[in-house]
Design a binder for this molecule. Structure first.
Ligand SMILES: [Cu+2]
Length: 336
């Protein structure tokens, strides 16, 4: 991207400034035809059981439930007959209380760790307007296929904007993260998220959810002292994820743990179909433990025959016991 897109203004979101850099005509600020589709559920034919636990908002200001079932489809416009999805994200610095004894300064997108789950269909044009207000240089490096200048390895200075634009390809489960060195530190402080590219023919309806595993090095010793699914240690132990008996669950799972070479994902009392990197429409494997290196991700599909509470966690048990562990609460529809 040319340097003219690197700005140093405080009101960069204003239409006036976007016009100045010549982006309004390209649909950057949207228009009458723009359709905001943030947080839409993927399918209306799926029953998501209500759960009193899931209404809980953690006092520290962000909640893992935002990551679990919310997908950001961007602001949709059509340019030259083609779907363009525009996402606006702001890098911020936010202090989060990870537990009663540990507060932690995160670097994050839009005040949430993990960042929003961007979602598109293969072939869409993606435009990510990245405004860095976090106080340090950061960047957004997307996995997937794109040209070199969109690869996100060039730091974006604090107070500047960079616009990443590329095609959503290939379909599958991808991710994005800051690529400023030391990368483990920038990821460990929260600058990462999932990027889902749906196949042109959608997958069958399912209760879709995102679980991202990550670690927190809270004392700077290059080891993780705490771990979490979707940002908050032990959250889904205290707030089990309610799911419907006999209904297909489609889990988009990502290992974003730095410093530990691998983590597994294990599901209790069940097996799941594995779609490696989400790259195929037929499962590659069926198991109950899958091993993932850092940045590996898959689609896992399963349903439960029996009601009750069932754990999920990495089988590296110290990782699980330091916060990366949770429950599914399987309920009959009649009881919800
Ligand atoms: Cu960074």
């Amino acid at each position: 991207m040319p340097d003219r897109f690197a700005l140093n203004k405080t009101d960069l979101w204003s239409r006036r400034h976007l016009l100045k850099v010549g982006l309004a005509g390209a649909g950057v600020v949207g228009g009458a035809i723009a359709l905001r589709t943030m947080w839409q559920p993927r399918s209306h034919s799926v029953h998501i059981p209500a759960s009193p636990d899931q209404a809980t908002v953690e006092p520290q200001g962000f909640t893992p439930l935002k990551t679990l079932r919310q997908f950001d489809y961007g602001t949709v416009t059509t340019e030259n007959g083609r779907t363009v999805r525009e996402f606006r994200v702001e890098a911020q610095t936010t202090t989060v209380q990870l537990n009663s004894a540990t507060s932690f300064i995160t670097w994050n997108l839009n005040g949430q760790v993990p960042g929003p789950t961007f979602r598109a269909t293969e072939g869409d044009r993606i435009r990510v307007i990245f405004y860095n207000r976090a106080g340090h240089s950061h960047s957004l490096h997307f996995h997937g296929v794109h040209e070199s200048r969109m690869d996100g390895i060039k730091p974006v200075r604090n107070g500047s904007v960079f616009i990443y634009e590329f095609d959503a390809e290939p379909f599958g489960v991808h991710l994005y993260h800051c690529h400023v060195a030391p990368v483990a530190r920038h990821i460990g402080k929260g600058l990462y998220g999932m990027f889902i590219v749906d196949p042109p023919t959608p997958r069958p309806p399912a209760d879709e959810m995102v679980l991202i595993m990550a670690g927190y090095d809270v004392n700077g010793d290059h080891k993780n002292e705490l771990y979490a699914f979707n940002g908050m240690p032990h959250y889904y132990m205290k707030h089990p994820i309610t799911i419907q008996k006999d209904q297909l669950v489609r889990l988009y799972v990502l290992n974003m743990i730095e410093f530990d070479p691998v983590a597994t994902f294990h599901l209790h009392a069940n097996l799941f179909q594995v779609y490696r990197t989400g790259r195929h429409l037929q499962p590659d494997d069926e198991t109950d433990v899958i091993t993932m290196g850092t940045a590996e991700r898959h689609i896992l599909e399963f349903s439960y025959r029996h009601p009750g509470k069932f754990m999920f966690h990495p089988h590296q048990d110290p990782i699980a016991e330091a916060g990366c562990m949770g429950y599914f609460n399987v309920v009959d529809r009649a009881t919800t």
